[in-house]
Design a protein around this ligand. Sequence first.
Ligand code: ATP
Length: 597
Amino acid sequence: MSDSSPSFDNPAPARSKVRGPLGRLLAPIRGRLVVATLLAASGSMLTLVPLAGIVHIAQAALNTTAATGTIGWTITASIASLFVGMALVTAGEMLAHLADNHITHQLRVAIGQRLMQVPLGWFSERASSEVKRAMQDDIGTLHSLTAHFFTTLGRAVGAVLISVAYLFAMDWRLALIALLPFPAFFLFLHRAVKASAQHMGDVVAGMARIDNAVVEFVNGMPLVKAFGDRGNAQDRYRAAVDDFAATFTGFTRPLVAAMARANALIAPVTVLGVVLLAGMLFVALGWIEPLQILPFALVTPGLCAPLQLLHFITHDLNSAVAAAQRVQALLDTPVLPAPAAGSLPNGSEVRVEQLSHAYVPGNPVLNDISFTLAPGTTTAIVGPSGAGKSTLARLLLRFFDPDAGRITLGGVDLRQIESRELYRRIGFVLQEVRLIHASVADNIALGRPAATRQQVEAAARLANIHARILQLPRGYDSVIGEDAQLSGGEQQRLSIARAVLLDPPVLVLDEATAAADAESEAAIQDALARFAQGRTLLVIAHRLDTVMHADQILVIDQGTVREQGHHNALLARQGLYARLWTQGRYQDSVKKALPAC
Ligand code: ATP
């Protein structure tokens, strides 16, 4: 079956505006879903034929004028319709599930590809629970839509259509009255949907807040335990839970009331009551025979179930729309512009030229910064907290692009270098180490999967983590998070091994020892000192001796370079660096680091 298949990333803009996020996501399987819905609808119609058969048999049995010879045919036709109907419904369900399988796979691949292209900085600004929710939970929600919603809709609509047509064929006047409760049901249903839609955004936002708060709460459990009720994470968790409870009450109150009224109207007993009353009246008026009430008494109450089903799937549709919005937002995440034709840097000199950046427009974090990292030299960036040091490091690693100015590596603007080529040349060890759920060896070889075990081990040795890895139950094959539980410092050394294996000429270190204890810190410093030999090094760290021995020190304050020079020259200036030094901010750590040198 051929469906029109616009990609998720490049939908036709005008049509996509009309269709909304759900329409855009389901576009590749729209044809299959339409066919599945039609199969389910016609199947459901056929499965109701036996009801008409029962009416016919009853009329034949009770009414001597009817031809009793048709009973055999009626039974045969009823059974045949039932089985063909069931086969059609099954075919529809299968088609919908296959389409669902296809779209789920495509969406996961498309999101994966998109996330490969988004700026690395995007991840640090987002809670991982948010991304996980869209990638896993929301796609699961879409499954209930693609695999079940449309076929259920088909079955329900098919059942309603055939029943209504049959009743009108029997007696249009009685049909009109017998069906009166149903338009009223739709009126209340419409009100209920409107009431829930108004609050749906709040409920979804509240759920997201709870998700984030749970992650924060669980991650911060040791602190929560230590500080009891005063723990901020617990407060935020409680606030998110309380807010959600209030929002949910606002969401459910109008919904429940409207739905209770709607359901009462189409309860089988109500519908049957209307049919019998109207039928008796019609008989009294001489408009119909008593036996003509039978099809109405049999078929009309059967309309309640499919109509209630329609109500339930409306609920599913609401959550599916919200899920589709989040998945589509993920697919629409702006990506870093890829270079038109990737250029290869010539050498490892890094030049930062008139660089400015603001996270929030009009509030620059870095302002007109220029400096050069000469090949093979060490540059230390120091400054008060919030000065913009980490922002500078992130720009250098192209976690995002600057608002103004540029950074070049080997004479080429970072924006013109393919990311694979860039990260082959610029390695980084950051405060926040990210390890994947894979073996220790795979984690080290992440950027160079073709590396041999010997190369991986050599990198681990240089990073001072080899001996620790050998102590793990399965050595290099131990899996992170399963039989490899590593301390913060050990994780740091693993990430250093990862950088070592890539052997980049330029290395960026951002507070690389912050997560380590004293012993681990010495091991990290030792590893870094050996690794940094001969490389262009940018260090953003308060706790490394490289601050003192760096070829140049840049003192950043409020986003601008205030001072620049060697340690001794800067101390002699009696400026900001000297003040920071005297305050002990760097002194302590340097003293601490000295034994490792
Ligand atoms: P520290 O030494 O405390 O780590 P820093 O010098 O590394 O600080 P940055 O992390 O670069 O400072 O932050 C510089 C400024 O930018 C701070 O005011 C910070 O609040 C702000 N900032 C950092 N990241 C973001 C972000 N993702 N969105 C908005 N503002 C940000």
